[in-house]
Design a protein around this ligand. Sequence first.
Ligand code: 13P
Length: 334
Amino acid sequence: MVPTLEKMAADLMAPGKGILAADESETTMAKRLEPLGIANTVDNARRVRELFFTAPDIEKYLSGIILYASSLTNETAEGVAFPRLLEQRGIIPGVKVDNGHGELANFPGEEISYGLETLDTRLTEYYELGARFTKWRSVVHIGDDIPTITALQANAHVLAQYAAMVQAHHMVPIVEPEVLYSGTHTLERSREAHEVTLRTLFRTLESYQIQLSGLILKASMVLPGKESGIPLHAPDVVRETVAALHATVPPNIGGIVFLSGGQTPAEATEHLNGIALHKNPWPITFSYSRALEEEALLAWGGNDEQVHDAHKAFVRRLRYVVQARSGDYQGETA
Ligand code: 13P
């Protein structure tokens, strides 16, 4: 029997688990590999993913992994296709389906995401390759007079059309309106930007008749701008993030997963733990990329002899974030 979208979303939000976003584009992968002195080749990108997907015990911590579309057809050194490997381990394969973003004409400093025109055909193909959920990211910049309501509405319409199409293909859409950490804004300004972004998005999703129980929100945390000089104070981040989400996100969505967005692994873990300690109407967990991968990539350095150390670093961080998603994180030594 085909599971309902609601059940599929609940499986992704399974207690004690979360999602790895291993869906870096070629340009993002370059930013991860080049500082480590690893060439950004197609095969090195494949090796990075194989490193993560073959780590011991990850199925204990991960409900799903988001792939980059071209990596749906990648294989391990032994010739096992990545989606098949994940399925065999009991991890749900997902795929990032937006085609990036670029300038929104007439709105300096704001961007719109791309990819709707070809989405329907691509979804058929991704489903056949094993994907069962999808992600679409749009970005929101905070600046002097931005975000504007027009840019937020434009992006919300794109996210809603994406979500409708994905549900029609019987996959769970993750909608990700990332309010960016970069900037010189205050914590309060970030909270305002999150609230207007999320309010606009959910109004639009409802007007497109999206089944909210079969949809997951990928949310950024409310942080003072990275270049603001304002130090991160965990209780403030937690309080403002929880307040923004409680004010704007309907209680009946499938769940909320957080992105790490440039926080250190320790910050992203501590903040998630604080959020989880609140009484929230939706299940929450992580869908980190950088905060889960950074330490492992550093330990690996592209060297096959360091695979064991990289796996240890990866699983160690997974253990912490899984504790954090339930509010059970006791610090790095526990
Ligand atoms: P980060 O956790 O590195 O922000 O990545 C999550 C993600 O998928 C952003 O689209």
